[in-house]
Design a protein around this ligand. Structure first.
Ligand SMILES: Cc1cc2nc3c(=O)[nH]c(=O)nc-3n(C[C@H](O)[C@H](O)[C@H](O)COP(=O)(O)O)c2cc1C
Length: 183
């Protein structure tokens, strides 16, 4: 079967390094045989969660929930904000957690981060993996954090051959394991 993956970069900036990194990962996933849908973070806008009994379920969170449900797994590129994930992304995860259809349960997720810092946002990815795992996501064990992103990410891919190889190996393996678990 052809595996269906949803790809999201948690940034709305036009020159987002995470959008660039996501595009590289998507190209590898397609090469590995996956059918990939990219969803725009602008289309996942959600009001700040306070109390689902007093608030309508946000359209953007519903759109994301439906998209996740329609796919076998997720490729998620997230910026690191203050050694954690962006508040907007945590807010979306909180909304998904009160969706009775439990859209995230049993899905696989490959997490990536591009950052201008040397460290590459690995602390943010560590933080992001926790609520996802709590909600039943099988987080792919290798977190892909690309530092010095402004120079590392080029039109051709990742400048560092080592990082490029790591990314392609992880993406290909993620497509394989998602395929195996979907059978
Ligand atoms: C509120 C805020 C906090 C940030 N905190 C971190 C951080 O902890 N670590 C880091 O590497 N970069 C941090 N940055 C820099 C982002 O990594 C950088 O802006 C990056 O380009 C954001 O990703 P994007 O280009 O995909 O939007 C922060 C940026 C903002 C706006």
């Amino acid at each position: 079967m052809t595996i269906k993956l949803l790809a999201l970069a948690a940034s709305t900036r036009a020159d987002s390094v995470n959008k660039k990194l996501l595009a590289i990962a998507v190209a590898h996933a397609e090469k590995a045989g996956a059918q990939v849908t990219v969803i725009d973070y602008n289309d996942c806008d959600a009001s700040l969660y306070r109390n689902e009994e007093a608030q309508p379920f946000p359209e953007g969170a519903k759109r994301l929930s439906d998209a996740i449900t329609a796919h076998n797994g997720i490729i998620l590129a997230s910026p690191e904000y203050n050694w954690s994930m962006p508040g907007s992304l945590k807010n979306l995860i909180d909304w998904l957690s009160v969706d009775k259809s439990a859209p995230l349960k049993g899905k696989g997720a490959l997490l990536l981060c591009a950052s201008p810092s040397v460290r590459g946002g690995i602390l943010g990815l560590n933080q992001l993996s926790l609520p996802l795992a709590h909600l039943g996501v099988y987080v792919y064990p290798h977190l892909i954090a690309i530092g010095n992103a402004k120079t590392e990410l080029t039109e051709q891919g990742i400048a560092s051959a080592k990082d490029q190889k790591f990314l392609s190996t992880c993406v290909t393996d993620f497509v394989r394991v998602t395929n195996n678990s979907a059978r």
